[in-house]
Design a protein around this ligand. Structure first.
Ligand code: URA
Ligand code: SF4
Length: 180
């Protein structure tokens, strides 16, 4: 993982390196059974290099706490390691360039469960162009890994109803976690 971090820090494979400050590589536990995959760094993450350290991160912490998990118990990364300007959506070509790092992280971590957060990482993991309403909280198994897509925690900021949906989906996640 250290070698990979060096590669990411030096990466210029897509244009985002020009405007980013720090890439987000990962945070958490290298022995975790669970991997969360967010979208891309926001302003706070770009300043610190730490995934989910801003408002969306606080909501993620609340959800983890709700099922008695701590940040130190899980592994967190993003599908794009560098911040898109003004937090715009990731572009397909950016994901195509950056995905090798995520794939390498999956190989190194060997998680039992992957929770993609939001539509970009969920679509990527399932290789399907579905809407979040059709994917969230469902349990898929691909290459012997449980894939459980979730709404992005930031969705709660715009729509408080998503909080209850996320809580329900986190309950499903912890059941799979406890029985594997
Ligand atoms: N949103 C994300 O998808 N990832 C982060 O790291 C922060 C906010
Ligand atoms: Fe490289 Fe990914 Fe950053 Fe693009 S987003 S420069 S591919 S690390």
């Amino acid at each position: 993982m250290k070698e990979l971090a060096i590669k990411i820090k030096n990466c210029k494979k897509c244009d985002l390196w020009e405007t980013r400050n720090l890439p987000t590589i990962y945070s958490g536990n290298l022995k975790s059974k669970i991997m969360f995959i967010g979208e891309a760094p926001g302003r706070n993450e770009d300043e610190t290099g730490m995934p989910f350290c801003g408002r969306a991160g606080q909501i993620l912490d609340e959800l983890l706490e709700y099922v008695n998990l701590k940040r130190e118990d899980v592994f967190i990364t993003n599908i794009l390691k560098c911040r898109p300007p003004s937090n715009r959506d990731p572009k397909e070509e950016e994901i195509n360039e950056c995905k090798v790092y995520l794939e390498e992280q999956i190989k190194i971590l060997k998680p039992k469960i992957i929770c993609p957060l939001g539509r970009f990482s969920s679509r990527y993991m399932l290789k399907k162009n579905l809407e979040m309403g059709d994917m969230h909280g469902k349990i898929f198994k691909i290459n012997n890994i449980f894939i459980i897509p979730m709404y992005h925690p930031a969705a709660v900021i715009y729509d408080n109803k998503k909080r209850e949906i996320l809580k329900k989906d986190f309950k499903k996640l912890i059941k799979i976690y406890d029985s594997n």
